[in-house]
Design a protein around this ligand. Structure first.
Ligand SMILES: Cc1cc2nc3c(=O)[nH]c(=O)nc-3n(C[C@H](O)[C@H](O)[C@H](O)COP(=O)(O)OP(=O)(O)OC[C@H]3O[C@@H](n4cnc5c(N)ncnc54)[C@H](O)[C@@H]3O)c2cc1C
Length: 368
């Protein structure tokens, strides 16, 4: 049977797009070589942090802010559709200056963000330690981003898979899409390893770090894996309410009595490994933020591959030359945050309701 849409990749991005398109009435098949939500989407820390992530005002910040604004309703809809709580937490983020050199970075961030009218506050050391008594006495001052929130990305992956399935999406698990099928200048489906042709009127490339590796793409897709390691420390009773960021490490409190310390940024190709070098850096960064973590139990370590692009921005929307071919990849450090927005804008394009203006800046055509 020919589907309307085949989505390659069942991470949070592929599932969000599939859910939206299926809810609009399309027959969608997700092709996933392993288990949905178990690659970068599983490895992430779940921060929804436009102000801690963007380096300047502009279209990328606008995209992140728009995605962030969608989150409360998105989380509520997923809970209603699946019964899964995606752990949306709105305590906000504190960004600490712990060393003299950190102050330059925080001053710069405060200057451009307050000039842009964004919700950023400057807190003295006493105010920081009143809010979060476990942070280091070395804390000089901090920025507070009250609107930078968090979600449990692992629960999100399960919820999006479930919501997509409930909307009627078919999942082909253990199926590896090896090539794009084309009929002239139209996408016509994908070829699976083993030779099966899966025909469809539209194809969405949502394979995360692997999205550029299929044969037959009309152009090079410069998505490269950017390795990130994280560790989880036991935190019972919870040490923090806020996400705590610093120029060297971030700590993300989780409701299950853990705090995540992340993350390395390394270029190791497709190798995924937890290394002594990575762990040493994360442990030092975590204990610098909260000295009492030096005695906490390490309960899990892992590594994942962020889908990075040359400019650090996602690749969204239709191919300019091949009809029916859509991109939803390259979300790098912000794919959890951008999942609802990507689902909506790519899903709407699949439904023939036009291409969102915000996507124009992030099309594949920018790579020439
Ligand atoms: C350490 C770390 C921390 C992060 N922290 C945050 C954070 O705090 N906040 C945030 O917003 N983002 C964060 N991210 C980024 C975020 O995790 C990613 O941007 C996001 O998960 C990308 O989702 P995806 O669905 O595109 O990719 P993935 O989750 O990697 O999913 C891609 C899927 O496609 C499948 N696939 C690929 N090619 C094929 C093929 N040819 N055939 C069949 N299946 C295929 C894969 O098996 C995989 O399941 C972090 C990432 C890492 C690694």
């Amino acid at each position: 049977m020919k589907a309307d849409v085949v989505v390659v990749g069942g991470g949070v991005i592929g599932c969000a797009v599939a859910r939206h398109a299926a809810r609009g009435g399309l027959h969608v098949v997700v092709v996933e070589r392993a288990t949905p939500g178990m690659e970068a989407s599983h490895a992430a820390a779940g921060m929804l942090s436009p102000l801690a992530e963007a380096e300047a005002p502009g279209p990328f910040l606008d995209l992140l802010l728009r995605a962030r604004a969608m989150y409360p309703a998105f989380a509520a809809a997923l809970a209603e559709e699946t019964g899964i709580d995606v752990g949306y937490g709105d305590a906000g983020t504190l960004y600490l200056a712990l060393r003299e050199e950190d102050e330059v970075e925080l001053e710069h961030r405060f200057a451009w963000q307050s000039a842009a009218g964004l919700a950023v506050e400057r807190l003295g050391a006493d105010a920081v330690r009143t809010l979060e008594p476990a942070v280091s006495p070395a804390t000089r001052w901090a920025l507070r981003f009250p609107g930078d929130h968090q979600a449990d990305n692992r629960a999100l992956g399960r919820a999006l898979w479930g919501a997509a399935a409930r909307a009627g999406v078919d999942f082909r698990l253990g199926a590896d899409a090896v090539a794009l099928l084309r009929e002239g200048d139209r996408a016509a489906g994908v070829l699976l390893a083993g030779g099966e042709r899966m025909e469809a009127g539209a194809v969405v490339l949502a394979g995360g770090s692997w999205a550029g590796r299929m044969e037959g793409l009309p152009r090079p897709l410069p998505v490269e894996p950017v390795h990130g390691q994280i560790l989880a420390l036991e935190s019972i009773p919870p040490l923090f309410r806020h996400v705590i960021d610093s120029p060297r490490c971030y700590l993300v409190p989780r409701s299950e009595g853990r705090v995540l310390a992340g993350a390395t940024v390394e270029h190791l190709g497709f190798r995924k490994a937890v290394t002594p070098r990575g762990l040493l850096g994360l442990l030092a960064g975590a204990v610098e933020i909260a000295p009492s973590l030096a005695d906490a139990a390490v309960v899990e370590t892992w590594a994942g591959l962020r889908p990075g692009t040359p400019d650090g921005f996602p690749v969204l929307g239709p191919d300019p030359h091949v009809a029916g071919l859509h991109y939803a990849t390259g979300h790098f450090r912000n794919g959890i945050l951008l999942a609802p927005l990507t689902g909506e804008v790519v899903g709407e394009a699949l439904l023939g309701r036009g291409v969102d203006g915000a996507v124009a800046e992030f099309g594949v055509g920018r790579f020439g």
